[in-house]
Ligand binder design. Structure first.
Ligand code: RIB
Ligand code: CA
Length: 317
């Protein structure tokens, strides 16, 4: 695959943390220019501290810029019940001697994109509420020419996890999601339709946690183990939602996609935050078309994710 310049917009968050480990294990695929954070799974201070500490632990040492403290319009609700008070399943990692950039995420991304050499573009990989990206595109639409693609974990063609019809990242800030979906940029949506099945089993999680001489494997096992015990105890497996956009780029062959035109229900009713997936793509202009990732080979996902986690652990020893 072509090596891509990427910016990760995230809210670590257990699956964001594991997704970052996957990205860190694939420097041949990703040139990570920056990590930006947004209020989502936890408050902005917590997710930003986690991004700084994870970047140092994974020996990425990339700039981290803190983003929006709350959604554009709606009240922010965290997902503490799934990610714990510290956002990492109450697992502790060394505190990095690093602080976030002075500029807020929207302005940091805008400057980074503007300063890109002529002809170069960045892929935005978004695994959190789209508040930063929605505001970026609304305030600085000219940066679209510097964005190759937006690959996001969020939404669902059918179903939800916060309500019966809405997924967390879209539910938290549907207005931001609508701006992104209607931006005319190439969007790849990795929704619950595919991410729910991209999961680690109880025994795989236990094996990771038992890794005595691989600190990254133990950390990922312990974080996923928290999810297993909180909110997934009856499922016996934990979906690592946020790793899917990254694996879509490194292993597209394990995924099935469909053309779709995306929109979002921004009402206040019971379908608030629902992704509206219109598969009648032939009734829309080409620039309106997006991609929905609909299915994956779950065992290949598990194999590639676990392999990357152990590889990173070996690399950072
Ligand atoms: O619905 C799953 C998504 O919401 C993931 O990005 C998880 O980290 C949470 O942010
Ligand atoms: Ca996330």
């Amino acid at each position: 695959m072509e090596k891509r310049k990427i910016i990760m917009d995230c809210d670590p968050g257990i699956d964001d943390a594991i997704a970052l480990a996957y990205a860190a294990a694939h420097p041949e695929a990703f040139e990570l220019l920056a990590v930006t954070t947004v209020a989502g799974n936890q408050t902005i201070d917590i997710v930003t501290r986690n991004a700084l500490d994870l970047s140092a632990l994974y020996k990425l040492n990339v700039p981290v810029a803190a983003g929006m403290v709350e959604p554009i319009i709606r009240e922010h609700h965290t997902a503490s019940e799934f990610h714990g008070k510290n956002g990492l399943g109450d697992c502790t990692i060394p505190r990095a001697d690093a602080e976030p950039e002075k500029e807020m995420a929207v302005f940091y991304i805008k400057r980074l994109l503007t300063e890109l050499p002529e002809g170069e573009k960045v892929t935005l990989i978004c695994t959190a509420p789209l508040t930063n990206i929605g505001l970026l595109l609304k305030i600085y639409p000219e940066v679209k020419s510097k964005i190759q693609e937006i690959i996001l974990m969020g939404g669902a063609v059918a179903g939800g996890n916060v309500t019966a019809s809405a997924e967390f990242n879209i539910y938290v800030d549907p207005e931001a999601a609508k701006i992104v979906f209607k931006s005319g940029l190439p969007i790849v949506m990795c929704g619950l339709d595919v991410t729910e099945k991209c999961a680690l089993t109880r025994s795989q999680i236990q094996k990771l946690s038992q890794s005595q001489n691989n600190q990254i494997a133990k950390l990922c096992g312990d974080m996923a183990g928290y999810s297993l015990a909180n909110g997934n105890k009856f499922r016996g497996q934990v979906s690592i939602h946020d790793a899917v956009p990254y694996m879509y780029l490194t292993h597209p062959e394990i995924f099935k996609v469909q053309k779709v035109v995306l929109d979002v229900d921004c009402s206040d009713g019971e379908s608030a935050g629902r992704t509206i997936a219109d598969f009648r793509w032939w009734m829309h202009e080409e620039e309106e078309e997006n991609i929905a990732v609909m299915d994956a080979d779950a065992s290949k996902f598990q194999e590639y994710l676990i392999e990357a986690i152990y590889e990173l652990g070996e690399k950072v020893k």
